[in-house]
Design a protein around this ligand. Structure first.
Ligand SMILES: [Zn+2]
Length: 153
């Protein structure tokens, strides 16, 4: 009897493990988890690019315009403690660039989405003879039975 119990127990646990695995798969693949993960990775990569642009291009540019002031070297000292506000300025510039680029990207994406929605929505047309709304693929009006010219787009 003991042997059978152990076998059953093992089968039950493998079944449970399989169910848990399926649940996890549903969680990981369904919803927006994958989108989120891709977004996170893309975001951190993008941040690295922007940071290097600010550090190696924009900061030197500001230095050149302001006669060799390096932003990250800027600091003031109070009672022997130095406050490196230049690094903060660098971060603010990075943030501004990121937000501007994100604004442009989001705007472009919303525009593209809207265009797609409009394209998908067009499934009907107006019959030129009775002015009723009919399916776009109709070659004969279901309301007034007029023969319709099929428009090639
Ligand atoms: Zn009609």
């Amino acid at each position: 009897m003991k042997k059978v119990d152990a076998k059953e127990l093992k089968e039950n646990s493998t079944k449970k493990a399989k169910l848990a695995l399926e649940d996890y798969k549903k969680f990981a693949l369904k919803g927006n988890v994958m989108d989120l993960a891709i977004g996170m990775v893309m975001g951190s990569a993008f941040t690295a690019i922007v940071n290097s642009i600010v550090e190696s291009l924009i900061s030197p540019l500001i230095g050149a315009l302001t006669s060799n002031v390096d932003l990250s070297d800027l600091s003031f000292t109070i009672k022997g403690v130095s406050f490196g506000y230049g690094a903060v300025l660098n971060s603010i510039i990075s943030f501004l660039i990121i937000s501007i680029v994100l604004f442009i990207v989001v705007k472009a994406l919303t525009k593209a989405n809207k265009k797609q929605e409009i394209k998908e929505d067009v499934t009907t047309k107006e019959c030129p003879y009775c002015c009723s709304t009919i399916p776009i693929k109709a070659t004969r009006c279901p309301n007034c039975t007029s023969q319709l010219e099929t428009e090639e787009k």
